[in-house]
Design a protein around this ligand. Sequence first.
Ligand code: CAA
Length: 381
Amino acid sequence: MDFSLSEEQQFLQKTARDFAKSEVLPLAAKIDSEHRHPKELVDKMAQIGLMGVAVADEHGGSGMDCVSYALAIEEVARACASTAVIMSVNNSLVCDPIAHFGSDAQKREWLPLLAQGKKLGCFAISEPEAGSDAAAQTAIATLDGDEWVVSGTKNWITNGPVADVCVLMAMTDKAQGHRGISAFILPMDAKGVSTSPPDDKLGIRGSKSCQIFLENVRLPKNALLGGVGQGFKVAMTTLDGGRIGIAAQALGIARACLEDGFEYALQRRTFGKPIAEHQSIQWKLADMATEIDAARLLVLKAAQLKDNGEPYGKAAAMAKLFASDVANKAGRECIQIFGGNGYVTEYPAERHFRDAKITEIYEGTSEIQRLVITNYMRKGG
Ligand code: CAA
């Protein structure tokens, strides 16, 4: 078994690490406190190839693999979880389904714009009454001549307030249940599209999310992504890949907890010595470091399976389930190491704690990951 990274993977990891350290980290606390979309960082990520890591060269992307993508997300998330999820959604939930299910014309039209940061994408499956039960779509798309007419409401759409384009799920034949769902590419400036004010969130406050309202939005017939009735498959396949990105984001947050906690423990003194010399603190740091390494192995395994064209849905769900749990535990322990200083915004610990929580919720809650894993087991996967 070979755990080493290729030269190309190491290069992207270093590029992302240097960028995260020098450009993202200095802004992270401010982005969070101002609840601000970091457009300047998104533009810079595009310049260094992070907005379309696995998009083919011919479509304007970096032409790299999913392992490289996961490594880059971890680095960005270590500095700022908000910036990392903006990148993750654009890569996994927008570029990926267009690359895999799009027509040649759709790939030519959208991938270069998305990969080069000229447009930002979002993904809309969730609705007020369709979160975990993703098949319970009520947004409707009906064919009227040569156009689709779409109406409905989408919820908690990451990047929604700032997105230019949306991969959208809507019901085209309600009688068919999940087989009646279709996917569309929706330009966010289409007539009839509006958004709510951004959600006021516990964490990842620099990542803007909102509701999207669709009122008789007319889309050309060729806005369909994949075939009629293929939307649930498009969405589930997309989320399998997306979960690798969120697992890598969780890993980055956990690493921030460990590195910041360790640095603090070396400085902070109690009972005449640095708290890093107290066994109670050493145990916390050792457990965090061990769990982070285990989480990284799961993330990279899922990414490598995807790169090898092997089934990766179960591995992706396991990686997200485990890494998000590790991030939340690390968030708690980080605050505990910082003590009173962990509870105030002057130090980064409380931000990591708040940012970690969402990784157990979006792109499928931890309960849904367990369901996905056992579904694969029941099918012999
Ligand atoms: N890949 C391809 N096809 C899949 C699949 C997968 N991973 N999982 C299921 N399917 C197919 C099944 O094979 C089945 O196909 P057939 O009709 O041909 O038999 C069909 O989909 C239905 O499968 P299920 O009966 O298992 O579907 P279900 O209705 O019971 O739901 C679920 C399954 C796993 C619970 C699914 O609803 C789910 O993943 N829910 C969570 C949704 C989610 O992750 N939402 C996140 C929103 S996006 C977000 O958070 C983005 C953001 O802003 C950051």
